[in-house]
Design a protein around this ligand. Structure first.
Ligand code: TPP
Ligand code: MG
Length: 327
Protein backbone atom coordinates (compact mmCIF):
# COMPACT_ATOMS: atom_id res chain seq x y z
CA UNK A 1 0.00 0.00 0.00
CA UNK A 2 1.28 3.47 -0.91
CA UNK A 3 1.68 5.76 2.07
CA UNK A 4 2.96 9.28 2.62
CA UNK A 5 5.13 9.18 5.76
CA UNK A 6 6.44 12.69 5.15
CA UNK A 7 5.08 15.39 2.93
CA UNK A 8 6.63 18.09 0.80
CA UNK A 9 3.47 20.19 0.90
CA UNK A 10 3.59 23.69 2.33
CA UNK A 11 1.56 24.63 5.40
CA UNK A 12 -0.88 26.59 3.27
CA UNK A 13 -1.37 23.60 0.94
CA UNK A 14 -1.96 21.33 3.94
CA UNK A 15 -4.45 23.77 5.41
CA UNK A 16 -6.23 23.97 2.10
CA UNK A 17 -6.62 20.15 2.06
CA UNK A 18 -7.96 20.34 5.61
CA UNK A 19 -10.39 23.14 4.72
CA UNK A 20 -11.73 21.22 1.74
CA UNK A 21 -12.37 18.01 3.68
CA UNK A 22 -14.14 19.95 6.43
CA UNK A 23 -16.19 21.80 3.81
CA UNK A 24 -17.33 18.52 2.26
CA UNK A 25 -18.17 17.02 5.67
CA UNK A 26 -20.09 20.07 6.96
CA UNK A 27 -21.99 20.51 3.69
CA UNK A 28 -23.12 16.90 3.74
CA UNK A 29 -24.13 17.03 7.40
CA UNK A 30 -26.44 19.90 6.44
CA UNK A 31 -27.71 17.99 3.41
CA UNK A 32 -28.42 14.89 5.50
CA UNK A 33 -30.41 16.93 8.02
CA UNK A 34 -32.33 18.65 5.25
CA UNK A 35 -33.08 15.31 3.62
CA UNK A 36 -34.38 13.92 6.92
CA UNK A 37 -36.71 16.91 7.25
CA UNK A 38 -38.10 16.32 3.75
CA UNK A 39 -36.60 19.50 2.28
CA UNK A 40 -34.53 17.61 -0.31
CA UNK A 41 -36.34 15.46 -2.86
CA UNK A 42 -34.78 12.35 -4.38
CA UNK A 43 -31.80 10.30 -3.31
CA UNK A 44 -28.89 11.70 -1.33
CA UNK A 45 -25.78 9.49 -1.08
CA UNK A 46 -23.25 11.06 1.24
CA UNK A 47 -19.46 10.83 1.02
CA UNK A 48 -18.95 11.01 4.79
CA UNK A 49 -15.71 9.18 5.65
CA UNK A 50 -14.35 9.28 2.09
CA UNK A 51 -13.47 12.99 1.81
CA UNK A 52 -9.73 12.42 1.49
CA UNK A 53 -10.04 10.86 -1.95
CA UNK A 54 -11.76 13.65 -3.91
CA UNK A 55 -9.74 16.21 -1.95
CA UNK A 56 -6.36 14.57 -2.53
CA UNK A 57 -6.97 13.91 -6.22
CA UNK A 58 -8.58 17.22 -7.20
CA UNK A 59 -5.95 19.33 -5.43
CA UNK A 60 -3.62 18.18 -8.22
CA UNK A 61 -5.93 19.25 -11.05
CA UNK A 62 -6.32 22.46 -13.05
CA UNK A 63 -9.67 24.02 -13.83
CA UNK A 64 -9.42 22.76 -17.43
CA UNK A 65 -8.92 19.15 -16.32
CA UNK A 66 -12.13 17.13 -16.09
CA UNK A 67 -13.64 14.64 -13.68
CA UNK A 68 -16.47 12.14 -14.16
CA UNK A 69 -18.27 11.29 -10.96
CA UNK A 70 -20.73 8.83 -9.47
CA UNK A 71 -24.01 8.70 -7.54
CA UNK A 72 -21.91 9.64 -4.45
CA UNK A 73 -20.60 12.81 -6.01
CA UNK A 74 -21.03 15.77 -3.64
CA UNK A 75 -17.41 15.54 -2.51
CA UNK A 76 -16.13 15.34 -6.08
CA UNK A 77 -18.14 18.42 -7.06
CA UNK A 78 -16.92 20.51 -4.11
CA UNK A 79 -13.33 19.37 -4.54
CA UNK A 80 -13.36 20.32 -8.23
CA UNK A 81 -14.58 23.81 -7.45
CA UNK A 82 -18.38 23.86 -7.34
CA UNK A 83 -19.39 26.22 -4.51
CA UNK A 84 -21.42 25.00 -1.51
CA UNK A 85 -24.08 27.56 -2.54
CA UNK A 86 -24.48 26.18 -6.06
CA UNK A 87 -24.45 22.59 -4.88
CA UNK A 88 -26.88 22.98 -2.02
CA UNK A 89 -29.29 25.02 -4.12
CA UNK A 90 -29.27 22.18 -6.67
CA UNK A 91 -30.24 19.58 -4.08
CA UNK A 92 -32.99 21.87 -2.82
CA UNK A 93 -34.27 22.06 -6.43
CA UNK A 94 -33.72 25.80 -6.81
CA UNK A 95 -33.00 27.75 -9.97
CA UNK A 96 -29.66 28.96 -8.54
CA UNK A 97 -28.41 25.36 -8.38
CA UNK A 98 -25.48 24.16 -10.42
CA UNK A 99 -27.88 22.45 -12.86
CA UNK A 100 -30.55 25.17 -12.48
CA UNK A 101 -32.50 22.98 -10.06
CA UNK A 102 -33.37 20.38 -12.67
CA UNK A 103 -30.92 17.65 -11.74
CA UNK A 104 -30.47 17.13 -8.02
CA UNK A 105 -27.78 15.12 -6.31
CA UNK A 106 -27.03 12.72 -9.17
CA UNK A 107 -27.05 15.27 -11.99
CA UNK A 108 -24.56 17.90 -10.87
CA UNK A 109 -22.88 19.39 -13.95
CA UNK A 110 -20.42 22.27 -14.06
CA UNK A 111 -18.15 22.06 -17.11
CA UNK A 112 -16.83 25.55 -16.24
CA UNK A 113 -14.87 23.98 -13.38
CA UNK A 114 -14.39 20.59 -15.05
CA UNK A 115 -17.17 18.69 -13.31
CA UNK A 116 -18.60 16.64 -16.19
CA UNK A 117 -21.34 15.15 -14.12
CA UNK A 118 -22.39 13.03 -11.21
CA UNK A 119 -24.43 10.02 -12.40
CA UNK A 120 -26.98 7.53 -11.18
CA UNK A 121 -25.59 4.86 -13.49
CA UNK A 122 -22.82 2.74 -12.00
CA UNK A 123 -19.84 2.28 -14.36
CA UNK A 124 -19.92 4.73 -17.26
CA UNK A 125 -17.67 7.29 -15.58
CA UNK A 126 -14.83 4.94 -16.56
CA UNK A 127 -15.73 5.05 -20.25
CA UNK A 128 -16.58 8.74 -20.31
CA UNK A 129 -13.29 9.71 -18.69
CA UNK A 130 -11.43 7.46 -21.12
CA UNK A 131 -13.19 9.17 -24.03
CA UNK A 132 -12.35 12.64 -22.73
CA UNK A 133 -8.72 11.60 -22.32
CA UNK A 134 -8.71 10.34 -25.94
CA UNK A 135 -9.98 13.79 -27.01
CA UNK A 136 -7.23 15.52 -25.03
CA UNK A 137 -4.62 13.32 -26.63
CA UNK A 138 -5.97 13.88 -30.16
CA UNK A 139 -6.00 17.65 -29.58
CA UNK A 140 -2.39 17.53 -28.39
CA UNK A 141 -3.17 19.20 -25.05
CA UNK A 142 -1.77 18.31 -21.63
CA UNK A 143 -5.21 18.20 -20.02
CA UNK A 144 -6.06 15.31 -17.73
CA UNK A 145 -9.26 13.34 -17.23
CA UNK A 146 -10.31 11.49 -14.07
CA UNK A 147 -12.81 8.67 -13.52
CA UNK A 148 -14.15 8.19 -10.00
CA UNK A 149 -16.03 4.94 -9.40
CA UNK A 150 -16.80 2.51 -6.59
CA UNK A 151 -15.97 -1.14 -6.01
CA UNK A 152 -19.48 -1.84 -7.34
CA UNK A 153 -18.39 -0.75 -10.81
CA UNK A 154 -15.52 -3.17 -11.26
CA UNK A 155 -17.59 -6.20 -12.25
CA UNK A 156 -19.28 -4.06 -14.88
CA UNK A 157 -18.06 -4.42 -18.48
CA UNK A 158 -17.31 -0.69 -18.57
CA UNK A 159 -14.41 -1.27 -16.18
CA UNK A 160 -12.66 -3.76 -18.46
CA UNK A 161 -13.32 -1.93 -21.72
CA UNK A 162 -12.38 1.47 -20.32
CA UNK A 163 -9.24 0.55 -18.42
CA UNK A 164 -7.95 -1.59 -21.28
CA UNK A 165 -8.51 1.17 -23.82
CA UNK A 166 -6.85 3.77 -21.60
CA UNK A 167 -3.85 1.46 -21.26
CA UNK A 168 -3.37 0.48 -24.92
CA UNK A 169 -3.63 4.09 -26.11
CA UNK A 170 -1.55 5.57 -23.26
CA UNK A 171 -4.31 8.05 -22.48
CA UNK A 172 -3.97 10.91 -19.94
CA UNK A 173 -6.49 9.48 -17.49
CA UNK A 174 -6.59 8.60 -13.79
CA UNK A 175 -8.78 5.69 -12.74
CA UNK A 176 -9.73 6.29 -9.11
CA UNK A 177 -11.52 3.34 -7.54
CA UNK A 178 -13.13 4.28 -4.22
CA UNK A 179 -13.22 0.86 -2.63
CA UNK A 180 -15.44 1.38 0.41
CA UNK A 181 -15.92 -2.40 0.60
CA UNK A 182 -19.66 -2.44 -0.09
CA UNK A 183 -21.91 -1.91 -3.09
CA UNK A 184 -25.11 -0.89 -1.32
CA UNK A 185 -25.34 -3.90 1.05
CA UNK A 186 -23.11 -6.30 -0.92
CA UNK A 187 -19.61 -6.85 0.53
CA UNK A 188 -16.92 -6.64 -2.15
CA UNK A 189 -15.29 -9.78 -0.75
CA UNK A 190 -18.44 -11.72 -1.73
CA UNK A 191 -18.29 -10.72 -5.42
CA UNK A 192 -14.56 -10.83 -6.07
CA UNK A 193 -11.98 -13.50 -5.35
CA UNK A 194 -9.27 -10.84 -5.50
CA UNK A 195 -9.85 -8.23 -2.82
CA UNK A 196 -7.44 -5.72 -4.39
CA UNK A 197 -8.94 -4.12 -7.48
CA UNK A 198 -5.50 -2.76 -8.32
CA UNK A 199 -4.35 -6.33 -8.91
CA UNK A 200 -6.94 -6.74 -11.67
CA UNK A 201 -6.09 -3.40 -13.22
CA UNK A 202 -2.40 -4.26 -13.28
CA UNK A 203 -3.22 -7.12 -15.63
CA UNK A 204 -4.14 -4.52 -18.26
CA UNK A 205 -0.58 -3.24 -18.16
CA UNK A 206 -0.89 0.13 -16.43
CA UNK A 207 0.72 1.23 -13.16
CA UNK A 208 -1.79 0.29 -10.45
CA UNK A 209 -1.53 0.91 -6.73
CA UNK A 210 -3.46 0.40 -3.52
CA UNK A 211 -3.63 3.62 -1.52
CA UNK A 212 -4.92 4.37 2.00
CA UNK A 213 -8.02 6.31 0.96
CA UNK A 214 -8.43 7.76 4.45
CA UNK A 215 -5.03 9.43 4.30
CA UNK A 216 -5.30 12.60 2.24
CA UNK A 217 -1.52 12.95 2.05
CA UNK A 218 -1.12 9.45 0.63
CA UNK A 219 -3.87 10.09 -1.93
CA UNK A 220 -2.42 13.48 -2.81
CA UNK A 221 1.08 12.07 -3.35
CA UNK A 222 -0.14 9.15 -5.48
CA UNK A 223 -2.37 11.41 -7.57
CA UNK A 224 0.42 13.97 -8.04
CA UNK A 225 2.60 11.32 -9.69
CA UNK A 226 -0.34 10.03 -11.75
CA UNK A 227 -1.15 13.54 -13.00
CA UNK A 228 2.51 14.17 -13.80
CA UNK A 229 2.63 10.98 -15.88
CA UNK A 230 -0.61 11.83 -17.67
CA UNK A 231 0.50 15.37 -18.57
CA UNK A 232 3.88 14.08 -19.78
CA UNK A 233 2.17 11.66 -22.19
CA UNK A 234 3.21 8.61 -20.18
CA UNK A 235 -0.31 7.20 -19.96
CA UNK A 236 -2.89 6.29 -17.36
CA UNK A 237 -2.57 5.28 -13.71
CA UNK A 238 -4.94 3.23 -11.59
CA UNK A 239 -5.35 4.07 -7.88
CA UNK A 240 -7.47 1.87 -5.67
CA UNK A 241 -8.26 3.94 -2.58
CA UNK A 242 -9.35 1.77 0.34
CA UNK A 243 -11.97 3.55 2.38
CA UNK A 244 -15.36 3.22 4.08
CA UNK A 245 -18.65 5.13 4.10
CA UNK A 246 -19.79 5.70 7.66
CA UNK A 247 -23.42 6.68 6.88
CA UNK A 248 -26.06 4.49 5.22
CA UNK A 249 -25.83 3.86 1.46
CA UNK A 250 -28.31 6.65 0.85
CA UNK A 251 -30.05 8.95 3.34
CA UNK A 252 -33.16 7.35 4.78
CA UNK A 253 -32.09 3.79 3.93
CA UNK A 254 -31.69 1.20 6.65
CA UNK A 255 -28.11 0.56 7.69
CA UNK A 256 -28.33 -2.78 9.45
CA UNK A 257 -28.00 -6.45 8.70
CA UNK A 258 -25.04 -6.33 6.35
CA UNK A 259 -22.34 -4.77 8.52
CA UNK A 260 -21.78 -4.48 12.25
CA UNK A 261 -22.01 -1.38 14.41
CA UNK A 262 -18.48 -2.15 15.63
CA UNK A 263 -17.13 -2.07 12.07
CA UNK A 264 -18.75 1.31 11.42
CA UNK A 265 -17.45 2.65 14.73
CA UNK A 266 -13.93 1.45 13.95
CA UNK A 267 -13.94 3.34 10.66
CA UNK A 268 -15.44 6.46 12.21
CA UNK A 269 -12.34 6.49 14.38
CA UNK A 270 -10.26 6.49 11.19
CA UNK A 271 -11.84 9.68 9.87
CA UNK A 272 -9.53 11.31 7.32
CA UNK A 273 -10.28 14.71 8.83
CA UNK A 274 -9.20 13.67 12.33
CA UNK A 275 -6.14 11.99 10.87
CA UNK A 276 -4.92 15.14 9.13
CA UNK A 277 -5.87 17.32 12.11
CA UNK A 278 -3.79 15.19 14.47
CA UNK A 279 -0.88 15.16 12.03
CA UNK A 280 -0.89 18.95 11.65
CA UNK A 281 -0.90 19.43 15.40
CA UNK A 282 1.62 16.74 16.31
CA UNK A 283 4.05 17.88 13.59
CA UNK A 284 3.55 21.49 14.75
CA UNK A 285 2.51 22.48 11.24
CA UNK A 286 -0.59 24.32 12.41
CA UNK A 287 -1.71 25.27 15.90
CA UNK A 288 -5.07 24.09 17.19
CA UNK A 289 -6.44 27.67 17.10
CA UNK A 290 -5.70 27.94 13.39
CA UNK A 291 -7.60 24.72 12.67
CA UNK A 292 -10.49 25.92 14.81
CA UNK A 293 -10.53 29.15 12.81
CA UNK A 294 -10.72 27.18 9.53
CA UNK A 295 -13.57 25.07 10.96
CA UNK A 296 -15.49 28.19 12.04
CA UNK A 297 -15.03 29.80 8.62
CA UNK A 298 -16.30 26.67 6.88
CA UNK A 299 -19.25 26.46 9.28
CA UNK A 300 -20.20 30.03 8.37
CA UNK A 301 -19.74 29.35 4.65
CA UNK A 302 -22.00 26.30 4.78
CA UNK A 303 -24.64 28.10 6.88
CA UNK A 304 -24.63 30.86 4.30
CA UNK A 305 -24.99 28.26 1.51
CA UNK A 306 -27.99 26.70 3.20
CA UNK A 307 -29.63 30.12 3.65
CA UNK A 308 -28.89 30.96 0.03
CA UNK A 309 -30.36 27.66 -1.16
CA UNK A 310 -33.55 27.81 0.85
CA UNK A 311 -34.23 31.45 0.01
CA UNK A 312 -33.61 30.97 -3.74
CA UNK A 313 -36.58 30.76 -6.11
CA UNK A 314 -37.89 27.56 -7.64
CA UNK A 315 -37.52 27.17 -11.42
CA UNK A 316 -40.35 28.87 -13.32
CA UNK A 317 -42.83 26.16 -14.45
CA UNK A 318 -43.07 27.98 -17.80
CA UNK A 319 -39.46 26.91 -18.50
CA UNK A 320 -40.14 23.20 -18.03
CA UNK A 321 -39.37 22.40 -21.68
CA UNK A 322 -36.12 24.39 -21.79
CA UNK A 323 -33.08 22.15 -22.39
CA UNK A 324 -35.35 19.32 -23.60
CA UNK A 325 -34.11 18.17 -26.98
CA UNK A 326 -37.24 16.35 -28.08
CA UNK A 327 -40.68 17.26 -26.77
C1 TPP B 1 -25.65 0.11 -14.02
C2 TPP B 1 -26.24 0.13 -12.64
N1 TPP B 1 -26.48 -1.01 -12.00
C3 TPP B 1 -27.03 -1.00 -10.77
C4 TPP B 1 -27.36 0.19 -10.16
C5 TPP B 1 -27.97 0.20 -8.76
N2 TPP B 1 -27.00 0.71 -7.81
C6 TPP B 1 -27.05 1.98 -7.34
S1 TPP B 1 -25.78 2.31 -6.27
C7 TPP B 1 -25.20 0.75 -6.39
C8 TPP B 1 -23.98 0.31 -5.61
C9 TPP B 1 -22.77 1.00 -6.05
O1 TPP B 1 -21.71 0.58 -5.26
P1 TPP B 1 -20.28 1.18 -5.46
O2 TPP B 1 -19.98 1.33 -6.91
O3 TPP B 1 -19.35 0.38 -4.65
O4 TPP B 1 -20.42 2.66 -4.87
P2 TPP B 1 -20.74 3.08 -3.38
O5 TPP B 1 -22.22 3.24 -3.29
O6 TPP B 1 -20.21 2.06 -2.48
O7 TPP B 1 -20.04 4.40 -3.23
C10 TPP B 1 -25.96 -0.01 -7.28
C11 TPP B 1 -25.69 -1.41 -7.60
C12 TPP B 1 -27.10 1.37 -10.87
N3 TPP B 1 -27.38 2.55 -10.34
N4 TPP B 1 -26.52 1.32 -12.10
MG1 MG C 1 -18.70 0.67 -2.75
Amino acid sequence: MLSAPSTSLSTSELLSLYRKMVQIRRTEEQLARAHQSGAIPGACHTYVGEEAIATGVCANLRADDVIFSTHRGHGHALAKGVTPRAMMAELFGRVTGVSAGRGGSMHLFSPEVGLMGTSGVVGPSILLATGAAYTFKLLGTDRVSVAFFGDGAVNNGAFHEGVNMGAIWDLPVLYICENNQYATEVPFASVSKTTDVAERARAYGLPSYVVDGNDVLAVHAAAAEAVRRARAGEGPTFLECKTYRTRSHSEGMRDAGYRTAEEVEEWKNRSPITKLREYLISERLAPEEELARVEAEVEAEVDDARQFATSSPWPDPATVLDHVYSA
